[in-house]
Design a protein around this ligand. Sequence first.
Ligand code: PXP
Length: 236
Amino acid sequence: MLRLGVNIDHVATLRNARGGIHPDPLDAARMAIDARADGITIHLREDRRHIRDADVAAIRAAITAPINLEMAATDEMLAIALKTRPNACCLVPEKRTEVTTEGGLDVAGQHNTLRPIVAALKRAGIRVSLFVDPDPVQLRAAAGLWADIVELHTGAYAHGKPGELERLQEGATMAKALGLEVHAGHGLTYNNVTPVAAIPELVELNIGHFLIGQAVFEGLHAAVARMLALMDAARA
Ligand code: PXP
């Protein structure tokens, strides 16, 4: 089956808008798991604009389901990951001025920066995922770094760019042939998830912004359950 990782960053965005403690990302994590999500994804950004260090620690302590920590490939984040020991770390490019993760990691161009970070995470028993565009050069570079996983960036597909679904399918086929586990995410909604979920090589989707937004209208539990039902139907 195709797994769903629920990204709860934007529960923290909402909390931080008022500077208090509500809504608590940990409650969202608990509810997503209760709705049968397979894991929780959190992105600790350098500027701490949503998830904060205390959230990472609290979620790690309370949630037994797999936690996927998204982070930039920096020494600061590596130290936090080694202390926190999530199930997986997804290395993402991070620009201070971006609203969200705009593109995939340039694994080929940053090979020397990434290599020691990937190696340190793997030595600690943390699975390493690299967030990349479905580009053969990047996929080969990810395999060359002995990453466990590539997460294919679905943002261009979600924005309706022609040919992107085919690129995702070809990228997934190639990544699997290279021995990588294949995940995907970014910009997925009820309306666009089905063709991506039907790509047979994919084993996990990570979805955040849409689910948290949809939770305003139907509740997080219902939104997660409906997304899981669409994913299951795409695989049936
Ligand atoms: N995967 C990665 C690596 C991401 O950076 C994000 C966005 O934080 C997502 C998945 C989820 O994207 P969205 O919030 O658009 O569903």
